[in-house]
Write a protein that binds this ligand. Structure first.
Ligand SMILES: CC(C)(COP(=O)(O)OP(=O)(O)OC[C@H]1O[C@@H](n2cnc3c(N)ncnc32)[C@H](O)[C@@H]1OP(=O)(O)O)[C@@H](O)C(=O)NCCC(=O)NCCS
Length: 207
């Protein structure tokens, strides 16, 4: 296994690794179909490759004098946008090696901390704690619909068209079926008729 800088020829492997790594986590709905590019902004983009296969990925976007992505620390930082290891290769030290290589590369930039957000999954939270990250903030990602926003609707299909009517007899040509909210307190979650929600935890580490 070797850690190298990402190259375009590895994009398909990068996408497959990411989707498989997220599959059995609370972030399963978060799928990329193209590798994000950082449009000229300073970044660190690494992959772990074993026998030609991408088995791990890491992207960090770095603050500079013109644009700051981080918010948990003073001055310039690095925002860890993604770190993921292919499920067949997890718990073998690849995640840690990716992170260590990123920290080595960060030495040539003027940044003083790393920041990231993750949900409640145990492997990820243990991983960041083991690397020395401290929890700085917590909010919730809530999947559902704000209470009171939608009336019950009835639906009728006629001649290939859908006719939706609310409980006051008003026709609707669109309805919301599900939204994604960020709730900043536990009480706020109760204002949402939710299917599921997750903590979103902001971690910080001084370099
Ligand atoms: C989090 C993740 C990147 C860790 O990568 P990895 O290569 O499996 O981790 P490592 O082998 O380097 O393990 C380092 C530490 O992480 C923790 N850890 C990793 N996998 C774990 C698991 N399944 N259960 C509990 N702790 C785990 C442990 O503290 C471990 O240290 P230890 O070996 O001394 O116990 C990987 O599990 C993953 O891709 N998960 C799915 C995607 C994800 O959650 N990414 C983070 C998104 S923000």
């Amino acid at each position: 296994m070797e850690i190298i800088n990402f190259r375009d020829e590895y994009e398909e492997g990068w996408l497959r690794c990411r989707v498989l790594a997220y599959l059995h986590t609370s972030m399963y709905e978060d799928v990329e179909t193209k590798k994000p590019t950082f449009e000229g902004r300073p970044s660190i983009e690494l992959i772990a490759v074993e026998n030609g296969e991408v088995v791990g990925i890491l992207d960090m976007i770095l603050d500079d004098e013109t644009l700051k992505t981080t918010s948990l620390g003073e001055g310039l930082g690095a925002f860890l946008q993604v770190i993921a290891v292919h499920p067949d290769h997890q718990y073998k030290g690849i995640g840690q090696k990716l992170y260590e290589e990123a920290v080595t590369q960060l030495k040539s930039f003027n940044v003083t901390f790393v920041e990231l957000y993750t949900r409640g999954d145990e492997p990820a939270n243990n991983f960041y704690k083991k690397l020395g990250f401290e929890k700085r903030v917590e909010y919730y990602d809530v999947f559902g619909i704000e209470k009171g926003l939608r009336s019950p609707i009835s639906i009728e299909t006629k001649d290939g068209r859908i006719y939706a009517q609310d409980d006051k007899g008003q026709f609707c040509d669109y309805v919301i079926t599900q939204g994604v909210y960020e709730a900043y307190t536990l009480e706020a979650i109760e204002k949402i008729e939710y299917d599921r929600y997750y903590p979103s935890i902001g971690y910080y580490k001084q370099l």
